[in-house]
Unconditional design. Structure first.
Lengths: 210, 324
């Protein structure tokens, strides 16, 4: 008996559902009639384009990446290739300090490799945009780009050097040094006009290098 | 009914059938467009937009495409049953419009057993779906047909019980007389007296017309397209038209039985009838884009455990009150 009353009470949820769709029906549409209307950045924000590196808050040209390689192992399609930045050669002072430490019988303090990527290659032609790397990144250095206009005519056009892309993006955002760079289109296949925006496909690191 | 059939009455019926065919054809186009627009707006898309202003010619383009396509029959399908099914689905529906009183003057054939005629010929739809599913020699088709039969047979019973309650109350099976028994104001309509019967009728009508959330015979995600999997071109077009025509019939009968037919608060006429019918059709579309498809056991549970007992109770209560 109680279940009967509960079922009847649950019928209210049908009305709630109709209310929701009815309200949505009355709201204006969100579709952008693309060739006739421009896609606003707000509309493009929900677009999951090829992944890109996210820069530091202080220095947008440098990625937050710590070269931990979690994204590389998280990627199911092996489209990310990251190499660590080379360990800097010890300066003469450091060499001297090391030699002195060794003479004292202590363990010499060698310079550690920097926690930053040396190369960061991304092959979009293999990527399925699953977002596993975005989730795996411990420092939130990977995000989806919102470039809805990306096109290419060759396979190589889709192999991105993300470090160069980030540097170019940061330069384009900064108005001071190169006003011309500001107008540089973000698309990876854009012709390499300004100095601040070197053509990316050419500088991309082939995946085989690692 | 008059036993002698004069030439005039036959001519009248034939003309009415032609009129109905035009009405159904135009409404098919209109409703396809409306359905897609409603779906679009609910999902905040524009819906059809490119063909003609606001896409109003989209349905025409689709119809032309369907008409222009080659008729293809699967190799091992039964040719007779396969081609009979769409014809059988569509043409009996035209007959269902005959006794419906659009207005006092605009009634195809004012027969005093109109309700019975509609209920009897509506049964053809099930047969058509069964033939289509069986004749296609396709497993999805057969499963869809089996579902269609189980569903339609089940939902016909509460539908009849709801209709019977009104027939008891009005003491007639003539649709014109049922409209005549109701007043113009909303509280004089039968829905005010029989809200439960209205609810049962409308839910059963959704089940009978295979509309979402009861569109199991053609559940895309499970059965590709169900009974019409193998149909293309006008074979599919006929089923499609029949579905929309059945919807119009169901909403028209609902309007006549519960919503006062062509009567309104002022200026009685066909416009009231059409406004109510389109209102009901719109709510059917609204339901379709709101509710997910039910499972088959849920569908039959709803029917046998809720609608049927409620229908019987409602009928008994009506009979009791009428007797008093």
């Amino acid at each position: 008996m109680a279940s009967i009353f509960r079922t009847i009470a649950d019928l209210w949820s049908l009305v709630v559902g109709l209310g929701i769709t009815g309200k949505e029906f009355c709201k204006p549409g969100v579709t952008v009639h693309y060739p006739r209307a421009e896609v606003t950045p707000e509309a493009a924000a929900s677009f999951r384009g090829p992944i890109e590196l996210i820069g530091l808050d202080k220095d947008p040209a440098k990625p937050k990446c710590i070269a931990c390689m979690l994204c590389v192992s998280a990627c199911p399609s092996n489209c990310i290739t990251v190499t660590r930045a080379p360990t800097p050669k010890p300066t003469p002072e450091e060499l001297k300090a090391m030699a002195e430490a060794e003479a004292r019988g202590e363990k010499p303090k060698k310079p550690a490799p920097p926690k930053a990527p040396g190369t960061w290659a991304y092959d979009f032609s293999l990527c399925s945009l699953c977002g596993s790397c975005v989730e795996a990144c411990p420092v939130d250095s990977i995000g989806f780009s919102h470039d809805i206009y990306m096109v290419g005519t060759k396979r190589e056009d889709f192999v991105f050097d993300q470090l160069a892309r980030l540097a170019r993006k940061a330069a384009a955002r900064k108005p001071e040094p190169k006003p011309a760079a500001k107008a540089a289109p973000e698309a990876a296949t854009a012709p390499a006009a300004p100095v601040a925006a070197p053509s990316e496909p050419g500088t991309a690191t082939p995946a085989s290098e690692a | 009914m008059n036993a002698t059939i004069s030439f005039d009455s036959v001519l009248h019926v034939v003309l009415a059938l032609v009129g109905v065919a035009v009405f159904v054809g135009l409404n098919g186009l209109l409703l396809v467009y409306a359905e897609r627009k409603v779906a679009g707006f609910i999902q905040r898309r524009p819906g059809p937009y490119e063909v003609g202003p606001q896409g109003i010619l989209q349905a025409v383009a689709d119809a032309l495409k369907l008409i222009g396509k080659q008729l293809v029959r699967p190799d091992r399908a039964d040719p007779l049953l396969f081609w009979m099914a769409p014809v059988l689905a569509f043409f009996p529906v035209l007959l269902l419009f005959l006794p419906i009183p659009f207005s006092p003057l605009l009634t195809g054939w004012d027969v005093n057993l109109g309700l019975l005629l509609i209920l009897a010929f509506a049964g053809f739809n099930v047969l058509a779906l069964l033939l289509a599913g069986w004749g296609s020699n396709n497993k999805y088709g057969l499963l869809g047909a089996a579902r269609a039969v189980a569903q339609s047979v089940a939902y016909e019973i509460p539908l009849l019980l709801a209709v019977l309650a009104i027939a008891f109350q009005e003491g007639t099976l003539s649709l014109s007389a049922i409209v005549g028994g109701q007043g113009g104001m909303p509280w004089q309509w039968n829905i005010a007296v029989q809200p439960l019967a209205f609810l049962i009728f409308f839910v059963s009508a959704l089940g009978e017309t295979n509309r979402a959330p009861f569109d199991l015979p053609e559940a895309e995600s499970e059965l590709t397209a169900g009974f019409h999997t193998e149909y293309s071109g006008m074979g599919f077009g006929m089923f499609f038209l029949a579905e929309y025509a059945n919807m119009i019939v169901a909403c028209s009968v609902c309007t006549v039985l519960f919503l006062g037919g062509w009567k309104g608060p002022f200026l009685d006429g066909a416009w009231w009838f059409l406004a109510k019918v389109y209102g009901l059709l719109l709510s059917m579309m609204w339901f379709r884009w709101t509710y997910p498809r039910v499972r088959f056991d849920q569908l039959l549970n709803l029917n046998w455990r809720w609608l049927l007992p409620l229908g019987v109770l409602n009928l008994l209560a009506t009979a009791f009150v009428m007797k008093l």
